[in-house]
Structure formats: C-alpha cells, structure tokens
Design a protein around this ligand. Structure first.
Ligand SMILES: [Zn+2]
Ligand SMILES: [Zn+2]
Length: 243
C-alpha cells in the first residue's frame, strides 16, 4: 500500500494553480478535496488540519470546517473530537458493506439504464472508457480509478432514478477509500475490461445481460479486495510515540 507520497499541501497547491485567484467557496474546496480522495492523492488516515487546508486555499477556518463537514457527510472524512478531521478509513466490515450495497443496487439499475439508453449515453460511456485507457497508459492510476467510478455513476444517471443515483454516487465515492486500503492488485484498473461488455449490453438495450454483467462485475471487484485482515494503521507521530 502506498503511504502518503506527497503532502496534502503540495497536492492541493498544484490543484490551486488552475483555479481563479478569488477566495474559493466551501463547496469548491469540498469538490477539490473529494477529487483528491477519489484519485488517491490524499489517502485514508491522512490528517486534514484546518490550518493547513485554510492556508492552502486561502480561506478562514469557518469555510474550511464547512468544507470538511461536507466530506464527513459523504463518509469521506471522519471528524474526531479534539483531534480534528481525517480521511476516513473504512473497516473490513464497512468495506464489505459498501460493495454488498452496490451489488444490491447496481445490477437492477443497469437493467433500467439499458432500457432507456440513448446514442448520447453510449457516446458518454465510450468517452469515459477511452479517457480511462489514456489515464492508464500515462500511468495516472488515480485518475483512471476516478473515471472508472464515474462510469458507474453515469449508468445510475441513465436509469433516471434520482434517489438510487444519490446512493450509488455515495457508495462509489466510499469505494475509492476501500480500494485505497484493500485492493490487492494495482494493475488492471480498467477492471478487466468489464465496462466494455457492459457498454455493449447497454448499446443493445439488453437489460437482462446488463444486469447479469453488473452483478458479476461487482462480485469480481469484491473478490479483488483483501478483506482478511485490518489494514496497516497509519500512525501519526504522536500516536507512534505514545505507546
Ligand atoms: Zn466498474
Ligand atoms: Zn478497457
């Protein structure tokens, strides 16, 4: 498992270069932090100090707290009393639950999506797959991971079931933490090309096949997770010295 390869400061300072100079809103900070988590630039267990985040984005504590609360609401950040905010570290049980919930929701959603697939939807999904291949080819595993998650969210959007889409969005988001902690292989992030087969079924408007493929795909993902043991705990210096 990679430990923190760069500080949050470096990561977000880079992100900041491409944004407007005016003071960002809590919402836009939440979006940037969420992306950094989805792309594994910020890893489970990392402390998100209010001061540091505030400094990076050039905002006060109130705005930072608001942004962190949004991530906490989405299950990406855990706020601990007197200790501050950390990127969440799902337990083995939570990891399993996330994928079991996905296996309950997504196959049926893929069926509904197949029944309403438009040529525009096909083009969007096709583009997702191509972008993921490009990201993989250029060694951007984190970006590829985010794109492969978005593929699932697009299918939920196509099904036009807003409540379920909201759930799936949150589950896919939390899956990025699960994958950071428990994924066995670092390669094959195009998920053995399972998305290609799904795209074909959607294109054919074949709901039954789409449902079966999605079910198999999620079981396959679950089987790629090493849920046999707790992940190594990322200790802070203070924790490491207090034992
Ligand atoms: Zn997938
Ligand atoms: Zn592929």
């Amino acid at each position: 498992m990679f430990l923190c390869e760069g500080s949050l400061r470096e990561e977000t300072a880079q992100l900041n270069k491409i944004t407007a100079p005016q003071s960002p809103s809590a919402e836009s900070i939440a979006i940037k932090l969420t992306e950094a988590v989805h792309e594994h630039r910020v890893l489970p267990g990392m402390k998100l100090s209010e001061d540091e985040v505030g400094e990076i984005f050039g905002v006060g504590r109130t705005v930072v707290r608001q942004a962190l609360r949004t991530l906490a609401h989405d299950g990406l950040v855990t706020i601990e009393r007197n200790r501050g905010a950390f990127v969440s570290k799902p337990t083995v049980k939570e990891a399993r639950e996330v994928f079991e919930a996905r296996a309950l929701l997504e196959p049926q959603t893929a069926r509904s999506a197949a029944e309403r697939t438009t040529p525009e939807d096909v083009a969007i999904l096709q583009r997702h797959i191509e972008e993921e291949h490009t990201a993989l080819a250029s060694g951007q595993a984190g970006l590829a991971l985010k794109l492969s998650g978005q593929f699932h969210i697009e299918i939920a959007r196509m099904a036009n079931q807003q409540t379920i889409e909201t759930f799936i969005r949150q589950l896919v988001s939390r899956s990025s933490l699960v994958i950071a902690l428990y994924w066995r292989r670092r390669n094959a992030l195009c998920e053995s090309h399972a998305h290609h087969a799904l795209l074909n079924a959607l294109k054919e408007r074949d709901g039954g096949t789409a449902e079966e493929l999605m079910k198999g795909h999620l079981l396959d993902l679950l089987s790629q997770l090493d849920l046999s043991s707790q992940p190594e705990k990322l200790l802070s210096l203070r924790e490491a010295l207090s034992g």
